[in-house]
Unconditional design. Structure first.
Ligand code: GAR
Length: 195
């Protein structure tokens, strides 16, 4: 059975859309895959409680407990590797991961980023897209490599920028597309349709 581990930092709405799709679309039967665990760097992440309610192993590796970034990365990798992931899915995981961590999961780590990459890497993507006068904006799922937010693109969805948009309105429009795109790309990777 393929194992999928999801990393979150907050609400975990993308994680919820992935878990829901895995159940609804029978990823176990169709792709031989299960969501093995949800892990957060914040013990208070709302998504952890939700995952536990679905019967999924959920735990926190609190980044504040580690003075050095590499020590956090090591502890996080230990927690992840107990589930032997085929795929490591960053879903609103807001810590920058070190090069050794990225190398350890080379070829099996993916991320979702709220912009049409390569435009607007980093933070505050919706505000920056509005300030730049973009007429379209969107979301990207990509492989994670050493270049922050710039690994090979696996899927994108586009939304219009509308008159009167605020960063919050735009973010909500993008998030609705995130919830559709991420499960679709992951199913494609698990089935081999996306290589
Ligand atoms: C999502 O919009 C995701 O694209 C973004 O954080 C949000 C998490 O929401 N990720 C990044 O900005 C990564 N750099 P969620 O916790 O409800 O899934």
């Amino acid at each position: 059975m393929k194992s999928v581990v999801i990393l979150i930092s907050g609400a975990g709405s993308n994680m919820q859309s992935i878990v829901s799709a895995a159940l609804r679309e029978d990823w176990a039967g169709r792709h031989g895959a299960r969501i093995a665990a949800v892990i957060s760097n914040r013990p208070d992440a709302a998504g952890l409680a939700w995952a536990r309610e679905q019967g999924i192993a959920a735990e926190a590796v609190d980044h504040r407990a580690f003075a050095r970034r590499e020590d956090f990365d090591t502890a996080l990798a230990e927690a992840i590797d107990r589930h032997a992931p085929t795929l490591l899915v960053l879903a609103g995981f807001m810590r920058i991961l070190g090069s050794a961590f990225v190398a350890h999961y080379a070829g099996r780590m993916v991320n979702i980023h709220p912009s049409l990459l390569p435009a607007f890497t980093g933070l505050d993507t919706h505000k920056r897209a509005l300030e730049a006068g973009c007429t379209v904006h969107g979301v990207t799922v990509h492989r994670v490599t050493a270049d922050l937010d710039l690994g090979p693109i696996l899927g994108q969805a586009v939304v219009p920028v509308l008159p009167g948009d605020t960063p919050e309105l735009l973010a909500a429009r993008v998030l609705a597309q995130e919830h559709r795109l991420y499960p679709r790309v992951l199913a494609g990777l698990l089935s081999g349709e996306i290589s």
